[in-house]
Design a protein around this ligand. Structure first.
Ligand code: ADP
Ligand code: ADP
Length: 224
């Protein structure tokens, strides 16, 4: 069974058809880049795959179990337990120091504060952020903030990490650095990864890529 499997996804917003019938499989530990021009349906696909958005028709299954029949509450629990998220920017809580941003998802799943904080400290250290634990997001560079976001996405041991334009706010060199950390760390953690990007060089970091055009997957190819 694929880790994540989508069949026949259709999603409309009023007169706009954002997804017109998309099939995607994501293998265990695989990283997949979702490419395509602006407005082609990439974010909608990511949101449907992650159970944030319900498709009008079609199915999404995690480890062979369909997600569409779950209640909002169950889907929200499923996301918290089994998924991690990295967005373009602005995802960290600006009032909280880096270490608390990272510890929070573990605490929300019931890990005691002390234990979650220790674990968060180890994650920050392994991502090259030793000494930055007490800084608030505004006191970090863009690349450092994205590393914190990667740690935050992985601390709960997710099955799948979803990243929507994770390098969108970064210069090219920093973007490469963040993609290297994101792909390597996710793989080492045994999680699968879905990265939405319009940047072919960002996609090069992934095992495989698909191209979305007008709500359809136009072609699929191996990245490297
Ligand atoms: P991409 O991520 O490739 O830029 P999106 O998935 O965001 O594309 O959008 C696909 C299409 O669906 C676009 O035409 C967009 O305007 C439309 N769309 C996306 N989300 C909404 C929404 N919440 N309400 C209305 N239209 C939407
Ligand atoms: P536990 O191991 O404590 O039973 P799980 O982590 O398996 O909990 O699941 C947490 C919640 O997410 C439950 O509501 C469960 O029904 C749901 N869930 C977990 N995995 C899937 C899946 N692959 N498809 C649908 N729902 C799932």
């Amino acid at each position: 069974t694929p880790r994540l499997s989508a069949r026949g996804l259709v999603k409309r917003f009023g007169p706009t058809t954002a997804l017109a019938g998309v099939d995607v499989d994501l293998a265990d530990g695989e990283s997949l880049a979702v490419m395509g021009p602006s407005g082609s349906g990439k974010s909608t696909l990511l949101h449907c795959l992650a159970g944030i958005l319900l498709p009008d028709s079609g199915t999404v299954a995690l480890d062979g179990r369909e997600v569409g029949g779950l209640s909002d509450r169950e889907r929200s629990l499923l996301r918290r337990r089994h998924y991690g998220f990295v967005f373009q920017f602005g995802q960290l809580l600006s009032e909280l120091p880096a270490i608390e941003n990272v510890a929070l998802p573990a605490m929300l799943l019931g890990t005691p504060r002390r234990e979650a904080t220790d674990l968060a400290g180890r994650w920050l250290g392994s991502l090259g952020l030793a000494g930055m634990e007490g800084r608030r997001p505004g006191e970090l560079s863009g690349g450092q903030a994205q590393r914190v976001a990667v740690a935050r996405a992985l601390i709960t041991g997710p099955a799948v990490v979803f990243a929507d334009e994770p390098t969108g706010a970064l210069d090219q060199t920093t973007g490469h650095d963040v993609m290297r950390i994101l792909t390597e760390t996710t793989k080492a953690a045994g999680a699968s990864l879905v990265v939405v990007t319009h940047d072919a060089q960002v996609a090069d970091w992934c095992d495989r890529r698909i191209e979305v055009r007008d709500g359809l997957v136009r072609h699929a190819e191996a990245a490297r």
